[in-house]
Ligand binder design. Structure first.
Ligand code: NAD
Length: 298
């Protein structure tokens, strides 16, 4: 731990900007070689305000680094077959490098069926079963953006997980499970524990974590007692809590009680301004990779 509390902050804003600057320079070099700009197609079904905001954020980020985008906005009552038709058309379109289907989908659709309809080579979210299989095997094609962002944050902050006891709280397919697989790789060499809603005595696990990743979606439930002195704390959670003093009537908090845990942690990510921004930046990296992949197979 350091005396200067501010030096312990893993600043997602600055780190994500650095990633975007690198991607923009790489895309500039790519187009200077005579390639067209990478192209990302987003498909959004329905009017979920959070999803609309996410897709707008992704379009803005893409424009900043030189990725062209196109968003298909389908009605909430669109049939699954109609959505699959759209996905198949994008798969067949050589001008499209990356496809993302914004989740969650309406209840009448089966997410696995839709995700597995995306061509694996265009699945920049890395959620297709083939890409998840490759990740587990240790030969990833696209790394899902949130765990990818966490690894990038660690490496850009010169935090090496080798030999660390890494405890991940949350076993979802988009965060906990892929992050566990990545931290287990020989390139990371952490010893990984994955906790979940049925874990007995969660605190006993979190308290021995050198690297604690909270991805449960429970507002500020990791308190200082659950954290080891000097731990690296990565807060993935994004939770709305009522706040009448806020303009929107709510504010966003993570899964970690930031004020309590910060003095104890060697490094900690804020919410907002942490992992969420890295997630957005890593999608751009994956889209450039998709463009390279397509050019190599054209
Ligand atoms: P999810 O609901 O799919 O999974 C939550 C996991 O947490 C489950 O495995 C569950 O078993 C576990 N869990 C829930 N309550 C728990 C408890 N009290 N103790 C121990 N484990 C518990 O969620 P998700 O999609 O992985 O998202 C998790 C959180 O991360 C949400 O707040 C979400 O908004 C946020 N998120 C943030 C980003 C980002 O970029 N920052 C990306 C994805 C998700």
């Amino acid at each position: 731990m350091t005396d200067d509390a501010s030096s312990s902050l893993l600043d997602g804003r600055a780190l994500a900007q650095a990633v975007r600057d690198d991607v923009r320079a790489d895309i500039q070099a790519w187009t200077d070689e005579g390639h067209r700009a990478p192209f990302l197609s987003a498909v959004l079904v329905g009017d979920n305000p959070a999803s609309l905001a996410y897709v707008r954020g992704k379009e803005k980020d893409a424009a900043e680094v030189g990725i062209d985008t196109n968003t298909y906005h389908l009605d909430a009552d669109t049939s699954q077959d109609a959505l699959l038709e759209r996905v198949h058309a994008l798969n067949a379109d050589d001008s499209v490098d990356g496809i993302l289907v914004q989740l969650p989908l309406p209840d009448h659709m089966d997410e696995h069926t839709v995700i597995d309809a995306v061509a694996p080579s265009k699945d920049v979210d890395g959620f297709h079963s083939e890409n998840l299989g490759r990740l587990l095997r240790g030969t990833p094609r696209y790394i899902p953006a949130t765990p990818f962002g966490i690894l990038e944050m660690l490496s850009r902050s010169e935090i090496d997980p080798e030999g660390m006891d890494a405890v991940i709280v949350g076993r979802s397919t988009i965060v906990g499970k892929p992050l566990a697989a990545l931290l287990l790789r020989r390139t990371a060499n952490a010893t990984v524990t994955v906790c979940h809603s049925r874990t007995r005595d969660l605190a006993a696990h979190t308290r021995r974590a050198d690297l604690l990743v909270a991805a449960a979606g429970q507002a500020a439930f990791i308190d200082a007692d659950m954290v080891k002195e000097g731990a690296v704390v990565i807060d993935v959670g994004i939770n709305r809590v009522d706040d009448p003093s806020a303009e929107r009537g709510y504010r966003l908090v993570g899964d970690v009680d930031f004020a309590e845990v910060r003095p104890k942690a060697a490094h900690i990510t804020p919410v907002p301004g942490g992992v969420g921004l890295m997630t957005r930046a890593m999608l751009l990296k994956n889209t450039l990779q998709a463009a390279r992949l397509h050019a190599a197979h054209a």
